[in-house]
Design a protein around this ligand. Structure first.
Ligand code: PEP
Ligand code: MN
Length: 355
C-alpha cells in the first residue's frame, strides 16, 4: 500500500499509477478526505518497494501481510467514512448502516402471481429487499431448477417480474447469478447480484460480476474457512468494486449434525469477520438451519452477534413451495422476526460502537 503525501498532486498520483502498471501490477486508488492511498494488486514478488518509496509525492510504502488487503480494516481506515465500516447504499436502503436490513422472499420465483403475493408480504412484514431465485443451484438435476432453466426468454420474463414487483412495492431486488453467461442479463434487472455458496470459488464469475459495478451479496461456501472466504471476496474488490455484502449461510455440520440442521450456522464468524474487514456481514438463517422452527432463534442470535442484516426465505404457504419449503417462514412469522431483531439491535448496537 502506498500512502501519498497530503499535498501530492494529481500528476504525482498518476505517475505512481503509471509506475505500478510498468511493473505489471494493478492499482487501487482511494482518494480520502486528506490523502490518497494506492493499493497494489498482483504478484507481490514483482513489487520494488524501495523504488516506490522515493517517487515524488509518496509519503510511505506499507506492506500489508494479509491476503485480503483491499477489504481489510487496515486499508479501509484510510478511506473517507469507512473506518467504522462501509455502508452500501441500494436505493433508500443502507446496508451496514445504523439499522439491520432484512432481505426476504421465496427461495425460487415460481410464477408472477406467487412472486407478487410474496412481495406484498415482504413489504407488509417490514423487510427492505426482495429476493427470489431464478437460476437455482440444485443438488439434483431431476429437481426444479428455477424458471431460468427454461431458456433465456423464460429467464428474462421472470427477471422482469422481479424488477416489476420491486418497483410496485418499493423494494430493491436481488437474485443469484450462477454462471458467467447470466451476468449481463441479470444485471439489467436487479439491484444486487448474489453469488451463491457453491460459486464462492469461481474467480472468473467473480470478475465478471464485479465489473457490473453493482452491489454483490457474496455467500460463504459451506466448506470455506474465514480466510478463504475473505480472500475470494478480495477478487471482487481487486476488480474495482468494493460494494460487497458478505453473507454467512452455514458450514458443513459434523457427525450426525446434518440430521438436525441442514448446515451449522457459524455465528462466531460474524464478529470475527467484522474485526478483519470494513464490509457489512449479513446472515442467512434459512439455509443455515434448513428449519422453519429455528429461524426465529437464529435470526435473533445473528443480530445479537452484530450482523448487519438477514436474508430469510418466506412463502405465504411454505408447504406449496417447489424449493426449500421446510425452511420458509410465513409473512406473519417474518414480521415477528423483524420486530424481535430490531429490539435486539437496539441493545447491542451501542456496545458494538464502543469496541
Ligand atoms: C439461495 O440463497 O438461494 C441459495 C441457494 O443459497 P446458498 O448459495 O447459500 O446455498
Ligand atoms: Mn433456498
Amino acid at each position: 500500500m502506498i500512502i501519498m503525501k497530503t499535498d501530492a498532486t494529481k500528476e504525482q498520483i498518476e505517475q505512481v499509477v503509471k509506475e505500478i502498471k510498468r511493473y505489471g501490477l494493478r492499482a487501487d486508488v482511494s482518494r480520502g478526505a486528506y490523502k490518497t492511498v494506492i493499493g497494489l494488486i498482483g504478484d507481490e514478488r514483482k513489487i520494488p518497494f524501495d523504488h516506490f518509496a522515493v517517487l515524488p509525492g509518496v509519503k510511505e510504502v506499507m506492506r500489508i501481510e494479509i491476503p485480503y488487503k483491499l477489504i481489510s480494516r487496515e486499508y479501509g481506515k484510510f478511506f473517507e467514512g469507512v473506518s467504522e465500516g462501509m455502508v452500501i447504499k441500494v436505493g433508500n436502503v443502507r446496508i451496514g448502516g445504523d439499522e439491520p436490513v432484512f432481505i426476504a422472499g421465496p427461495c425460487a420465483v415460481e410464477s408472477k402471481e406467487q412472486l407478487f403475493k410474496i412481495a406484498e408480504g415482504v413489504k407488509t412484514a417490514g423487510a427492505h429487499i426482495l429476493r427470489g431465485g431464478i437460476f437455482k443451484p440444485r443438488s439434483s438435476v431431476h429437481s426444479f431448477q428455477g424458471l431460468g432453466a427454461g431458456g433465456w426468454e423464460a429467464a428474462e420474463e421472470a427477471l422482469s417480474w422481479l424488477s416489476e414487483a420491486g418497483k410496485k412495492f418499493e423494494l430493491p431486488v436481488i437474485t443469484e447469478v450462477r454462471g458467467e453467461t447470466q451476468v449481463d442479463l441479470v444485471a439489467e434487472y436487479v439491484d444486487i447480484l448474489q453469488i451463491g455458496a457453491r460459486n464462492m470459488y469461481d474467480q472468473d464469475l467473480l470478475t465478471r460480476v464485479s465489473n457490473k459495478g453493482k452491489p454483490i451479496l457474496f455467500k460463504r461456501h459451506f466448506g470455506a474457512g474465514i480466510e478463504e472466504f475473505l480472500s475470494f471476496a478480495e477478487y471482487i474488490a481487486a476488480e474495482g468494486n468494493k460494494n460487497i455484502i458478505l453473507c454467512e449461510r452455514g458450514i458443513i455440520p459434523i457427525g450426525k449434525g446434518k440430521s438436525y440442521t441442514r448446515y451449522t450456522l457459524d455465528l462466531g464468524a460474524v464478529p470475527a469477520i467484522q474485526k478483519e474487514t470494513y464490509l457489512p456481514v449479513m446472515v442467512d438463517p434459512s439455509h443455515g438451519t434448513g428449519r422453519r422452527d429455528l429461524i426465529f432463534s437464529m435470526s435473533c442470535a445473528a443480530i445479537a452477534a452484530g450482523a448487519s442484516g438477514l436474508m430469510i426465505e418466506m412463502h405465504y404457504n411454505p408447504a406449496e413451495a417447489l424449493v426449500d419449503g421446510p425452511q420458509a417462514i410465513t409473512p406473519e412469522e417474518l414480521k415477528e422476526v423483524i420486530s424481535a431483531c430490531q429490539r435486539i439491535h437496539q441493545l447491542v448496537a451501542p456496545r458494538r460502537t464502543e469496541n
